[in-house]
Design a protein around this ligand. Structure first.
Ligand code: 5GP
Ligand code: MN
Length: 324
């Protein structure tokens, strides 16, 4: 039996499942959760989706999103299976770990090459553009109905993780899947409008403050910018609003590595996002700081001030670029 069928058999055998994804859930995480929720519900399985934190406003149009809860609220009822989506490690589930009953089996579905296979059943496909693309294959392998709602959630998952089909994880297969999702009822213009063309003015103001900090090394081959707690205060925004800000340094002409440094208010740590255009493996750089991700998109958290984080992380980026 293929792994897709094995996982589906476990889900169908469960009465109630918990679906979760990595902290600071993104479009792939939430889209995948909601798509799998629909698949399970249609098979008569009860579902709870619980994450470490809130769903970013951008994704609150997705069908079923109103049922998503945060771990601080606990489980509604005991579950007999956990499905972790899009999370490379158990630690990245953060506070959701506190509500997982120790005896319950964990299914781990993910596309991060750095995945630690922490589940009792692991399906990790580092070649897939997104967890959403894996769940499309999952639906096909198990002959599941692709409702317009499921198609919408998977479309959102794939478009966000491929950076609107711009990143190198975009493959012929990705577009074939997208074509089938549109045939199944996903509406590209509507989904793109909700995700990309309804920017709130306060977020745009935050972007203005952040771009003022743009800085460079190695003649512009490394570009980065900061988001500080003070900027959030000034613009009444929070970290959920900055998920795609790293695209700004990364998309400057000549920049081979783009970084975003985000201050986490009150706890003396800096959240670092790394993106690479060329051959630099940012997953390896992030791993040096206890993070990870993919070759061209990774993240980590560094103790200290912004200046300290710049110094530590940029030194590793310079080293990686000079050793090429
Ligand atoms: P982002 O910079 O958007 O937070 O993350 C970029 C990519 O790296 C995402 O695919 C994300 O899941 C992964 N990633 C980010 N931070 C971490 C981390 O601390 N650990 C691991 N293993 N992966 C991460
Ligand atoms: Mn993903």
């Amino acid at each position: 039996m293929g792994i897709e069928k094995e996982i589906w058999a476990e889900i169908k055998a469960a009465k109630r499942i918990l679906i979760t994804a990595h902290e600071r859930v993104d479009g792939d995480g939430i889209g995948s959760e909601l798509a799998l929720r629909q698949m399970a519900l249609e098979a008569g399985v009860e579902v709870e989706i619980v994450n470490d934190g809130e769903v970013p406003a951008t994704y609150r149009f997705l069908p079923g999103v109103e049922t998503v809860r945060v771990a601080a609220g606990g489980l509604e009822k005991p579950v007999d299976l956990v499905v972790s989506l899009d999370s490379a490690t158990r630690q990245r589930l953060r506070s959701v770990n506190d509500i997982i009953q120790p005896e319950v089996r964990i299914v781990n579905i993910d596309h991060h090459i750095s995945n630690t296979n922490f589940g009792d059943l692991n399906w990790v496909d580092g070649e897939a553009s997104s967890t959403g693309e894996m769940l499309f294959a999952f639906a096909r392998a198990n002959d599941l109905n692709l409702s317009p709602e499921i198609a919408t959630c998977l479309y959102a998952a794939i478009i966000t993780d491929t950076g609107r089909f711009c990143y190198s994880n975009t493959q012929p297969k990705t577009h074939r899947v997208i074509a089938e999702l549109i045939e199944a009822g996903a509406r590209p213009s509507e989904i793109s409008r909700r995700i990309y063309r309804e920017e709130r003015l306060n977020v745009l103001n935050l972007k203005r403050l952040a771009t003022a900090t743009l800085d460079f090394r190695l003649n512009g081959a490394i570009a980065w910018m900061d988001v500080t707690a003070d900027m959030h205060r000034q613009t009444e925004t929070d970290y959920l609003d900055t998920q795609d800000f790293v695209d700004i340094p990364k998309s400057i002409k000549g920049a081979k590595v783009g970084l975003l440094f985000r201050e986490i208010a009150g706890d003396g740590r800096i959240r670092v996002s790394l993106r690479s255009e060329g051959h630099v493996d940012v997953n390896r750089i992030a791993e040096k700081f206890g993070g990870g991700g993919h070759i061209r998109a990774a993240g980590c958290t560094v103790e200290g001030t912004l200046a300290e984080a710049h110094e530590k992380v940029l030194a590793e980026v310079v080293k990686a670029m000079e050793s090429q």
